[in-house]
Design a protein around this ligand. Structure first.
Ligand code: AMP
Ligand code: MG
Length: 411
């Protein structure tokens, strides 16, 4: 039943292109949330500012609102003397207009009185008594003032569709008076583990058995990607059981992620089972990457289906390479990636024509940031646990030497 060979090993970028062609960019589902729920969510539409920000000229310091020209030429030895006309109260409009030669006490954030065009910092003034201050340094018009709409003008795009909201974005929305936003809902991603050797996490580990790791790491990865995971559990290595469980799960989800059985052995059922789900079926079987060669990318009924290798490390590596970008695309955004530059802490060998992903631990020694490879057998997830991120060894090279600059993609 299973084909004897991989269709051909496809470079990761080409594999993604083949899949991406079939995936419409989202957002496919949208919901409205309040600002307390909005952090980390992806904007489904541009947010424009309902008004000018600030709505009035505001002082950025504590001091005295002035007409800037009244301070021109002021020095320590020849200060400008100004009469205090009054005080602007916080949150109120000044009840007076500022006449030449006068100033008004003002606090940070308060509104400038009519006629004032700058603020002198309290530190550069001295109170002379009898309602006079001495200003020892001139200010330019607009100094220590945010003009109306200088932050944002009414109708400006405050934040663009596709943006993943950060705390400062939430603050900007609040300041602009936007209390609710339309955000992308994540796709429902069904997660299935296959293998006769798999047992539940809480089951005793009899000889030959393996605890189902991927259901849990994938569930967490799907959540972290902003999608809605659905745990479909463990299915035995039986073609009919696997194929019917896949069909049932895919019908209720937007994507299906299956781990195990994705290679080319007699017990590897994933390829044929996935191909039975409907056209166009399997697009890629076998990717020129390590870890993760036995990877299947498919589409059935417009929904992506992923056959990930069972090795827990390969499984997560391929998730980051293909599933995470597909989830992001479904929501109308791109995966969140943080990178740092470092020097590789040890030689890493690689085969030309294959992309390698090496787990690394970051440390700073002698003021230099090092990325030390964490070498483990790929079946052990402890190597990933010890890693801070991964380094990609491109297909064209046969390895990277110790000390070479590398880019680390952080977990
Ligand atoms: P497979 O991809 O089915 O050939 O499995 C490759 C290796 O990964 C085997 O050692 C499996 O026992 C192991 N494996 C497969 N699925 C899982 C899983 N869900 N959790 C932990 N290990 C797994
Ligand atoms: Mg298996």
């Amino acid at each position: 039943m299973a084909l004897p060979l991989f269709l051909s090993l496809v470079p990761p970028a080409e594999a993604w292109r083949r899949l991406e062609e079939h995936l419409d960019r989202g957002p496919h589902e949208v919901e409205t949330v309040g600002l307390f729920e909005a952090c980390g969510r992806v904007l489904a539409e541009d947010v424009t500012s309902p008004g000018d920000l600030p709505g009035f000229p505001r002082s950025t310091v504590d001091g005295f609102a002035v007409r800037a020209r009244d301070t021109f030429g002021a020095t320590d030895s020849l200060p400008a003397l100004l009469a205090i006309a009054g005080e602007v109260r916080m949150g109120e409009t000044a009840r007076f207009a500022l006449e030449p030669g006068k100033c008004a006490r003002i606090a940070t954030g308060a509104m400038l009185p009519q006629g004032a065009d700058a603020v002198v910092m309290v530190e550069t003034t001295e109170e002379m008594g009898s309602g006079l201050i001495a200003v020892a340094k001139p200010v330019a018009p607009g100094e220590n003032v945010v003009g109306p709409a200088e932050d944002v003008a009414k109708g400006d795009v405050l934040l663009q569709r596709g943006r993943r909201l950060r705390p400062q974005d939430i603050g900007a929305l609040a300041a602009a008076g936007v209390s609710r936003v339309r955000v992308a809902a994540g796709p429902k991603v069904a997660i299935m583990s296959t293998g006769d050797e798999l047992v539940e996490v809480s089951d005793a580990l009899l000889p030959g058995k393996v605890r189902d790791t991927n259901s849990y790491s994938l569930y967490a990865a799907v959540l972290a990607a902003g999608a809605r995971p659905v745990a479909a559990g463990i299915v035995r290595d039986d073609y009919r059981e696997v194929a019917s469980a896949m069909r049932e799960q895919l019908a209720r989800a937007d994507m299906l992620v299956v781990s195990g059985g994705s290679s080319i052995g007699t017990r590897d059922l994933a390829r044929d089972a996935i191909d039975s789900l409907g056209p166009p079926g399997v697009l890629v079987h076998g990717v020129a990457v390590r870890p993760g060669k036995p990877t299947i990318l498919a589409v059935a009924g417009g929904k992506p289906v992923f056959g990930l290798p069972g090795h827990p490390v390969s499984c997560l590596t391929i998730f980051r390479l293909f599933v995470e970008p597909a989830i992001a695309r479904w929501m109308g955004t791109a995966p969140e990636r943080r990178e740092v530059e470092a020097r590789l802490g040890a030689n890493v060998a690689s085969v030309a024509g294959r992309e390698d992903y090496i787990g690394v631990k970051i440390s700073v020694r002698d003021g230099v940031r090092w990325a030390d490879p964490v070498f483990t057998k790929s079946a052990l997830i402890s190597g990933l646990v010890a890693s801070d991120g991964v380094v990609r060894v491109p297909a064209e090279v046969e390895g990277i030497e110790k000390g070479a600059p590398v880019t680390v993609t952080l977990f």
